[in-house]
Design a protein around this ligand. Structure first.
Ligand code: GRF
Length: 221
């Protein structure tokens, strides 16, 4: 994948990560054209964020399709029409199937609220608390057929505090997720990144361990 210029963002809810991307574009930090926002939930508040920013948006309600394959086929068509360099799943709460995965392999990233490979799936905050972990975090990974299982590009860690519950942990992770998604997309606008066969190559070199979000808001070793 050559440095990214055009992106489509998939959402299901609040869209605070979408907003972080919109703000980073508006401030000039991110040289990116967000061409389309697609939501599978009709009243997702993130759709209003797209509208306020003048970004085209579409609603594709999964419940209106006969089955998962039909939904995936419609989503793939909608996504392909813009020919985005990158598709960003930012709080998109649907499992994506082959009709989308195949044409967009290596060009789709997902934000997941856990330090993958730990805690794929849902309820990550409670699961980290129940396990007695000291740290939690978020990951940006390439999307593959395995749920939350694709190669990890970048991560951010936060400490778990003694009095944390799932709500406080999620609230403290949120702003860090915003920084991580912006830093990661910025990285993809500046580097040639390939993702195939379970590995990520950055400017031709394999990435041994995921990048970390640095104090200056960029990705680093
Ligand atoms: C984020 O916490 C993300 O990790 C999870 O869903 C949430 C999306 O939030 N997958 P928002 O819709 O971007 O506000």
């Amino acid at each position: 994948m050559n440095p990214v210029r055009k992106a489509t963002v998939l959402i299901s809810g609040t869209g605070s990560n979408l907003q972080a991307l919109i703000d980073a574009v508006a401030s000039g930090r991110l040289d990116l054209d967000i061409v389309h926002v697609i939501s599978n939930v009709a009243d997702a508040p993130g759709l209003q964020r797209a509208e306020r920013a003048g970004i085209r948006s579409s609603i594709l309600e999964h419940g209106r399709f006969a089955d998962r394959a039909d939904f995936d086929a419609a989503l793939a068509l909608l996504m392909a029409a813009d020919a985005p360099d990158l598709v960003i799943l930012a709080g998109f709460m649907r499992i994506i199937g082959d009709a989308v995965l195949e044409p967009f392999a290596g060009r789709m990233i997902n934000l997941h609220p856990a330090l993958l490979p730990k805690y794929r799936g849902v309820n990550t905050y409670q699961r980290a608390l129940d396990a007695g972990d000291d740290i939690h975090g978020a990951s940006i990974h390439f999307v593959t057929a395995e749920l939350d299982g694709g190669p990890v590009l970048s991560q951010v860690e936060i400490p778990i505090l003694g009095d944390d519950d799932a709500t406080t942990l999620a609230a403290r992770l949120g702003p860090k997720e915003h920084e991580l998604v912006v830093a990661s997309v910025e990285f993809l606008t500046r580097h040639a990144v390939e993702c195939g066969d379970g590995t990520i190559k950055i400017d031709g070199k394999p990435l041994a361990t995921p990048y970390r979000l640095q104090a200056d808001g960029t990705l680093g070793a």
